[in-house]
Ligand binder design. Sequence first.
Ligand code: ADP
Ligand code: MG
Length: 252
Amino acid sequence: MPLLEVRDLHKSYGALDVLKGIDLTVDPGEIVGFIGASGSGKSTLLRCMNHMEVPTKGIVMLEGEIVGVTHKGDRLVPRPARDLSQQRRKMAMVFQHFNLWPHKTTLENVMEGPVTVQKIPKAEARDRALAALKRVGLKEKADTYPSRLSGGQQQRVGIARALALQPQVILFDEPTSALDPELVNEVLNVIRSLGEDGITLVIVTHEMRFAREVCDKVIFLDEGRVADMGSPDHIFGTTENPRTRAFVQNYF
Ligand code: ADP
Ligand code: MG
């Protein structure tokens, strides 16, 4: 069974059809990359996956359960809030902008989710947070405030914050787009190492070399549709889809 499955997903804002019938699966341990032009619907798709956005039509399945809604007879009805937040906990998000609390230390930032959302005892949350910081190479920065960290370090804290939630999958939305070029690699290296540990990752990125080297599957979104999908060798090499070729060519 796939970990995550998207079936005939549509999302419109008024008259604007952003997602026009998306179908895809993410297997446990898989690293899936989303590429596509700005405005093609990548962020909207990620937000629909964890039900931050409610799809206009279609469903997202996580571990065999529909996210955000449930069957009542033959109708779909919203899940109770507690149910939805349990499902959301399994999908941690890492955003382009790190959104760390400026008045909290690194450690406090990473503990925040486990303590306030997951209601985990503080001592345990602290252990988890320290382990997550160690995992991203920032244990020695535990007591530092975000303003004293570089952008790359701040984003690694963002990743530690996601890891501390012990999710089934981490969704990244352009995690390196806000960084100065010399800081991109330290973040990509951390993401790569999570993949090597077998964590399931979904990554929207413009870093084509990274997608080519690290992803198991790459999905090219074009105007709200999956225009092409396959191995990096397919997307960056053998595909005969002219839209994919034209898009990818801009980066090499
Ligand atoms: P991408 O992440 O690929 O750049 P987005 O998913 O952010 O694309 O946006 C796709 C389209 O949906 C854009 O035209 C954007 O303006 C529109 N859009 C996104 N979110 C909203 C919203 N909340 N309300 C109205 N339009 C939106
Ligand atoms: Mg986006």
